[in-house]
Design a protein around this ligand. Structure first.
Ligand code: OAD
Length: 249
C-alpha cells in the first residue's frame, strides 16, 4: 500500500489535470472525513490517536457502547467537544470554500461532526453523521445546540430528566432522514468528485465514491494513504489535504 510521503507520485501532472477541469466550471461533489480536520488538531478515528482508554470508535459511538458505559462515552465526547472549542479550520477547509466559487454547482458531504466546514464558510453542508454540538433527549423530543464544553458527566434532559446524548449518528443507526438521497443525487450529477481524508470503510458514505465513478464523474482521492476507494479513483493524491487542496486553486 502506498503511503505519504514516499508515495507522492506524478502529483504535478495530476494537479494540472484537475486545474484544467476546474477551468470548465464543473459540477463538483465532495465527500470529507476526519482526515481533513486532522491538520486542525482533531483526532481521526482510525489513526494511532483513534483509541481512547483502549476503546475504538465503534465501541464508543454506538448505542451498545452508551448503554454499557454512558459516563465513559460522555467523557470521550466531552473531551472531543473541549478539543474542538479552540480549534480552527485549516487551509484544506478554506480551499473547499474557494472551490465552491469555481463550480457551477457544489455539494459538500461530510462525515465529520465538528462543523469546521461551516466555520470556514462553506454554505450547504450535508452532515451525514450529525454534529457533536446538539444534544438530544433519549426519552422525549427535547433537543438543542449546547456549545458549552463542560457538560456534566451525566447530562440530563431539563424537561424529563432522561439521558441526553450527542446529536451524532452512531454505528448501526439510520442517517438523518433524506440526507443520503440528497448526497447521492449530487454525486450522480457531478463532473468531478473529491473524496478527502476518509478511510472509506464506513458505509453508506464510502459508497458515494463507487456511485460517482459509475455515474461518470472524474474521481479524485486525497489522503495520506491508499484506501478501498483508491480502486475507483482516477487520480489519487497522497499527502495532506491542507497542502494539496490549496494547490488546486
Ligand atoms: P478515519 O479515522 O477512519 O480515517 C481518516 C482518514 O484520513 C485516514 O484514511 C487517514 O489516512 C486520512 N488522513 C489523516 N490525516 C490526513 C490529512 N492531513 N490529509 C488527508 N488525509 C488524512 O475517519 P473517517 O473516514 O472520517 O462515524 O471515519 C468515518 C466514520 O467512522 C466517522 O464519521 C465516524 C467514525 O466512526 C461515526 O461516528 C458514525
Amino acid at each position: 500500500m502506498l503511503k505519504y510521503p514516499e508515495g507522492v507520485l506524478f502529483m504535478k501532472d495530476s494537479i494540472d489535470d484537475i486545474k484544467a477541469i476546474l477551468a470548465l466550471r464543473p459540477k463538483i461533489a465532495v465527500l470529507t472525513g476526519a482526515g481533513i480536520s486532522a491538520e486542525s488538531g482533531v483526532p481521526t478515528f482510525r489513526g494511532s490517536d483513534g483509541y481512547w482508554k483502549g476503546k475504538s470508535a465503534e465501541d464508543l459511538a454506538s448505542m451498545q457502547g452508551f448503554s454499557q458505559d454512558p459516563h465513559g462515552v460522555w467523557e470521550w465526547y466531552n473531551l472531543r467537544r473541549q478539543k474542538l472549542k479552540d480549534i480552527k479550520p485549516n487551509p484544506g477547509h478554506d480551499a473547499l470554500v474557494r472551490l465552491e466559487e469555481l463550480a457551477s454547482s457544489f455539494t459538500l458531504v461530510t462525515q465529520n461532526v465538528d462543523r469546521l466546514h461551516q466555520q470556514a464558510g462553506s454554505g450547504q453542508v450535508l452532515e451525514l453523521h450529525g454534529s457533536i454540538w446538539p444534544v438530544r433527549c433519549m426519552d422525549c423530543d427535547y433537543q438543542e445546540d449546547r456549545f458549552q464544553v463542560d457538560l456534566p458527566a451525566e447530562p440530563r434532559c431539563p424537561d424529563c430528566k432522561g439521558w441526553l446524548r450527542p446529536g451524532v449518528v452512531w454505528f448501526g443507526e439510520a442517517l438523518p432522514f433524506g440526507i443520503m438521497e440528497k448526497a447521492d443525487h449530487a454525486v450522480r450529477m457531478a463532473d468531478l468528485f473529491f473524496i478527502i481524508g476518509t478511510s472509506a470503510v464506513v458505509w453508506p458514505a464510502a459508497g458515494l465514491a463507487w456511485t460517482a465513478r459509475e455515474a461518470g464523474a472524474k474521481v479524485v482521492e486525497i489522503n495520506l494513504e491508499e484506501t478501498p476507494a483508491t480502486e475507483v479513483a482516477h487520480i489519487s493524491l497522497l499527502g495532506k489535504s491542507g497542502e494539496i487542496l490549496p494547490q488546486l486553486l
